[in-house]
Write a protein of this length. Sequence first.
Lengths: 275, 212
Amino acid sequence: MRNIMLIAGQDIKGSLRSRWFIGYSLIFISLVVLIFVSGVTESRVMGFTGLTRMLLVFIQACNIIMPVFVLITTVRSITGDRESNVLEYMLSFPVSLFAYYFGKLIGRFIIIFLPLLFALILSLIIGVLKTNQVPVDLFILYIGLLAFNAFAFLGIGFFISSVIKNMEFALGISLFVWLFLIAFIDIALIGFMIKQLVPENVIYITALLNPVQVFRIGAISLFDPVLSVIGPASFFILDTAGRTGCIIYSLIYPFVIGLVFAFAGYYVFKKHDIL
Amino acid sequence: MIEVNNLCKSFKKQNILDGITLSIGDKDKIILLGQNGAGKTTLIRCILGEYFPDKGSVSVYGSIPYIKREDALHHISFVPQIPPPLNMTVNELLLYSSGLSGFCKEKVIEYCDMLDFDIKPHLTKTFYKFSGGMKQKLLIAIAFARNTDFYIFDEPTANLDTAGREKFYIMVEKLISDKSFIMISHRIDEVKNIVNRNIELDLGRIIRDEKV
């Protein structure tokens, strides 16, 4: 455990100095500021307003931006270390592969989640100052959603890094995974699959397997969902499973995805040549 | 003791190591020779547990390095040919390496001094921003500070000037005279006085193994 913490701490310190981390943090913080400055919170379209709308817009943006950032930075970090012989040197010390791999994973998770948490807290503070609203339940749900989704994509990123040793190829695969998942969110999913006369159960299962889609359902499920906002597949799922069921699923599923991919990546990392 | 038995390793169907059998005893000081692509680095990576053999086995002081990494690597210090671009300060590198190996930070400062490199003003600087020679000296100092039974030097003087190389060889004689090492080097004349065994690889096979 001491070695895991040592490696996690090292990864955090290294990341805090990196340009990507500064850029990554700035994007989410700027997003919060931009949403306020643009007056989105005053808009009443779709029935959401004030801080609720602010958080909703922010979380929707995170739904698209966060996965690609997590995937690319993770893959760049691990396969980059391998290609530049950093891994060769770091693993010449007496450290277990378990400690190294999961130390990196924990460090990377903290560094990815911190700016999101900071941006959420910032939005809460600005929102409270401007609207006197404190939607605590929504705030806690969004922290959970962001944490578990970040973990899901971190697990996928670590898996890709373990399986693919060439950085360019690994980056390409990461982008493909992201585009694939984005393509299979509600609108595109329904549009394509209905046109192809795919059975509706397949459509719903596909929606429930896609972490990006599950994130959307979880994010909107606390409100009375409007069909045009949430999309027909999500509307059906939410209507069938109920609000509580959807929220529990949207929190547990990405966590399970992250764990499965992280351990699968570790298995590959342990059983094959490190370099 | 390090035992390499019938070690074979290939990449994309190309044999890099082809049946290497080698026994390294106490106080063996080996220069590992061979042309580029002879398999020197691959052999070292197998000893460090970073590659799995296709066939054969490696044992480092009774532990198999690709299975019981920690046990095996407690016995080995390693200096790479090209210092990696570590995104960490010197302090962080020392924390990482001493945290895993249990050596005293002051020893690294002392050994850097012996290499004419005053590390103290640079402790908060990032490693990858140093010159090649400074990086190499720091990695050498860390390797010596670990005080292990066996050392692997992969062209350790590649980035050092003449004075730095001389100091390194003096340190090898002084600090690890009772230990074993493998040194990959193309500067045979410079190392002939500090080694007692020559091993030459060609196309993944040992073509010469002689005591000197």
